[in-house]
Ligand binder design. Structure first.
Ligand code: GLV
Length: 325
C-alpha cells in the first residue's frame, strides 16, 4: 500500500526524519531560508499531511491549494497564531501543536534575557570584545540588582510557572495576573501572589509576558500599561511580538518611562524597528525554545501527531478534535 504524502517545510532533525520515513512519502523543503509563500502553496498541493513552522501562515488559501486530501497540519511550535484553526476544522483538517516540551527551555531563556538586560551583559560583551575596555572602574556599566526584587508574571500557564519557579533562588517576590487564577497549592508552591493586571504592572521590577497571542491578548501592553510601570522596571517578552504594541514600547523607552526591555519576539518578525536598537534593550531572534534537545522534541511531537492520525488514533496534542473524520 502506498504511504500517505507529507510535505514538511523544514528538514527537521535526524530522529524525526527517520520516523517520518517509516510512515510517509516525505517531501522536505531543504532551502536555508524559509520557503516563499508561493513555494509552500505549490508543494502542499495534493499532500495528505503538512508539517510546518510558525513562519508559515496556514489559512483558507493554503488549505484550498492543498486540496481535499489534506488531513493534518502539525505545527512545530506551541503557539498556533499562524494557523486559522476554524478554517482547518471546517475542512476536517486536524491541527496539532507542541505543548509541554518547551516550557523549561523557554523559561531558561526568559531568565537569560532578564539577567542580560538587568546586568548589561550585551553592552559589557561589546565593550570587552571591541577592545574599548581599558581599565576597571567603580561605576562602569553598573546595572540593576535582580535578587530581592519583584517579578511580575502576566500569564501563569506552563511557561509562566516555570519562570516563577526559577525566581526562588533569587529571593524575589513573585506577583502574577492570569485569566484564571492558579489553584491555591500552585500559588503556595511558587510563592506567587495573584493581583490585578494593573497592580502587577505598577509593582513589578521585572515583568515577564507569558500569555498566548489571540484576539484578547493582541496589543495587551500598550501606552496605558507602559505608563503604569515603574520608571526602573524592565519588560521581558518571550511570547509573541504583537502582545506588545511596539510603537508604544519605543515611545516609552525614548521617554525613559521604563528602564529597558528584553525581547525575543517582534510584531513583524524578522523586522526589528530602529527604535528598539538601544543599549537598554536586549534583542534576540526568537530563540525561546532553541535548544537542540527541545527543538528535536518539538519536531518529534509533530511527527508523532501525523503518525497517530494515519494509524487511526487521536493525535496526542490535537487542538481541534472536532475535525477528526
Ligand atoms: C515558539 O515560539 C513556539 O510557539 O513554540
Amino acid at each position: 500500500m502506498s504511504k500517505p504524502k507529507l510535505f514538511s517545510t523544514h528538514v527537521l532533525f535526524e530522529e524525526p526524519r527517520r520516523k517520518l520515513a517509516e510512515h510517509f512519502e516525505v517531501e522536505y523543503w531543504t532551502g536555508e531560508e524559509r520557503p516563499a509563500r508561493a513555494e509552500v502553496l505549490k508543494r502542499v498541493s495534493g499532500k495528505d499531511a503538512l508539517i510546518c513552522l510558525l513562519t508559515e501562515k496556514i489559512d483558507g488559501e493554503l488549505l484550498d491549494a492543498a486540496g481535499p486530501n489534506l488531513r493534518i497540519v502539525a505545527n512545530v511550535a506551541v503557539g498556533f497564531d499562524n494557523i486559522d484553526v476554524p478554517a482547518c476544522t471546517e475542512r476536517k483538517v486536524a491541527v496539532t501543536n507542541t505543548p509541554g516540551v518547551l516550557d523549561e527551555t523557554t523559561a531558561d531563556f526568559a531568565w537569560t534575557l532578564l539577567m542580560a538586560v538587568a546586568r548589561r551583559l550585551i553592552e559589557g560583551d561589546r565593550m570587552a570584545r571591541s577592545g574599548a575596555w581599558t581599565k576597571w572602574n567603580l561605576d562602569q556599566l553598573c546595572g540593576t540588582d535582580v535578587w530581592g526584587k519583584t517579578l511580575g508574571i502576566i500569564g501563569l500557564g506552563r511557561i509562566g510557572r516555570a519562570v516563577a519557579r526559577r525566581a526562588a533562588g533569587f529571593r524575589m517576590r513573585i506577583i502574577y495576573n492570569s485569566t484564571t487564577r492558579a489553584a491555591a497549592e500552585i500559588e503556595k508552591e511558587l510563592n506567587a501572589e495573584y493581583m490585578s493586571r494593573d497592580a502587577v504592572l505598577e509593582q513589578s521590577d521585572f515583568i515577564s509576558l507569558h500569555v498566548p497571542l489571540n484576539a484578547a491578548t493582541r496589543g495587551l501592553v500598550g501606552p496605558a500599561e507602559l505608563a503604569k510601570m515603574k520608571r526602573t522596571a524592565f519588560l521581558i517578552n518571550t511570547t509573541r511580538g504583537p502582545v506588545v504594541q511596539e510603537a508604544a514600547l519605543i515611545d516609552a523607552l525614548e521617554r525613559g518611562q521604563i528602564a529597558g526591555a528584553a525581547l525575543d519576539v517582534f510584531e513583524r518578525e524578522p523586522f526589528i524597528p530602529d527604535g528598539l536598537r538601544r543599549d537598554n534593550v536586549v534583542l534576540a531572534p526568537h530563540l525561546g525554545s532553541a535548544s537542540v534537545e527541545t527543538r528535536t522534541r518539538m519536531a518529534l511531537i509533530a511527527v508523532e501527531n501525523a503518525i497517530a492520525l494515519f494509524a487511526g488514533n487521536r493525535p496526542p496534542t490535537i487542538l481541534n478534535p472536532e475535525a477528526l473524520r
